[in-house]
Design a protein around this ligand. Structure first.
Ligand code: SAH
Length: 372
């Protein structure tokens, strides 16, 4: 048997391809498909020898797919129709069309793939798109497993319930970007808090202690920060240098959004999910780093409302808040050190593309589980 022939749909900047490499299975990506020209440039830069189809998935014919003769599909369909921050248009959102097209074509393939791995956000598991996926998989005779996964805990707690070896086709649907995980087939545990997925909101019912945070939320964060089994953020940070100055929050953003920011220090062991507006839209797109570690957050935010703008700014500036750099987000995503962006890709584009991507370690584990 030769290497597993992989079709990478919605390939973006190649998070799935990186995970495939990390999983160490013998495999070859026979085609990667994406319409985004910027993402495609980054993909080509990192995987120059992989055939990249810069076209829409709906534009691929059955005959073309049959000719590829693939054994595995790796895919990350657009997640906006399912996110809690989005409009939850689900199957009525035109961005789901290409996924429905795949489901339609799957049973008609000359030869079914042996493996399918699909990654999406929390919210997908209750969507009609997921319902249609399961229906199609059953019709085609696949065995499937679903996971709600947290990149934070993945390394120690990954479930080892192997799909039965006798089953020919397998699917693992990894739902990432959450702060708790389980196998929904067994039990549906709600994550301990939704706020880590980037909504930046907290329950209005509870009183804020300071900085619009409730005692409960603060305790959850404190607990996670004291869990010694989780790596500290400092392990993922770039060295301080002159180029860092571009990442500091501008005064306007500080004044306007300070209360809504999720602020972490290098010794924290958590962050919120970095979404594609990071570094551009401030609210709810990802944590910011407090580089002045000895300053107490509480002392900065206590009674700050009483101050003039100028005084406020002075106080907030003592925290030395900066955005995580794209490379740091790559590190948190588990991207290999060799991964890179072509020079001409702007900062905003980098954040945007990274926000669409995934955690490589999590997906590598899923691929091992799927094929193991
Ligand atoms: N896993 C990828 C990101 C997936 S995000 C990574 O690691 O980067 C979803 C991707 O699907 C986006 O890059 C988007 O351009 C692409 N996409 C969305 N609709 C598409 C369609 N109809 N045909 C092809 N690509 C599509």
């Amino acid at each position: 048997m030769g290497p597993v022939r992989v079709l990478e749909l919605y390939s973006g900047i190649g998070g799935m391809h990186q995970a495939l490499r990390e999983s160490c299975i013998s495999a070859e990506v026979v085609a990667a498909v994406d319409v985004n020209t910027v993402a495609n440039e980054v993909y080509k830069h990192n995987f120059p020898s992989t055939p990249l189809w810069a076209k829409t998935i709906e534009g691929i014919t059955l005959a073309e797919l049959n000719r590829l003769s693939f054994d595995m599909i790796l895919m990350s369909p657009p997640c906006q129709p399912f996110t809690r921050i989005g409009l939850q248009g689900d199957v009525s959102d035109p961005r789901t069309n290409s996924f429905l097209y795949i489901l339609d074509i799957l049973p008609r393939l000359q030869r079914l793939p042996k493996y399918i791995l699909l990654e999406n956000v929390k919210g997908f598991e209750t969507s009609s798109a997921r319902g249609k996926l399961v229906e199609t998989l059953k019709k085609c005779g696949f065995k499937y497993q679903e996971f709600l996964l947290s990149p934070t805990y993945i390394l120690e707690n990954f479930p080892d319930q192997e799909p039965k070896a006798s089953v020919k086709h397998r699917v693992a649907a990894g739902l990432e970007k959450e702060s708790s995980f389980t196998s929904p087939e067994e039990e549906h545990i709600e994550p301990n808090s939704g706020s880590d997925a980037g909504s930046g909101q907290c329950s209005q019912k509870e009183a804020f202690v300071f900085k619009l945070e409730t005692a409960k939320e603060m305790e959850r964060k404190r607990n996670q920060d004291s869990d010694l089994s989780i790596q500290m953020l400092k392990d993922f940070l770039e060295e301080d240098g002159e180029e860092m100055s571009q990442y500091f929050l501008p005064p306007k953003a500080l004044l306007r959004y300070a209360f809504l920011l999720d602020i972490v220090t290098p010794s924290c062991r958590r962050s919120t999910c970095f979404t594609k507006g990071y570094g551009h839209y401030v609210e709810g797109t990802g944590s910011v780093l407090q580089t002045a570690e000895d300053v107490q957050l509480e002392s900065v935010f206590k009674s700050i409302e009483m101050l003039s703008e100028e005084e406020k700014l002075m106080k907030l500036s003592t925290l030395k808040l900066r955005y995580f750099t794209p490379r740091e987000i790559e590190n948190l995503h588990g991207f290999s050190p060799e991964f890179g962006f072509p020079d001409k890709i702007t900062m905003k584009q980098r954040y945007r593309l990274l926000g669409n991507s995934l955690n490589v370690h999590v997906v590598a584990k899923l691929i091992s589980l799927l094929t193991g």
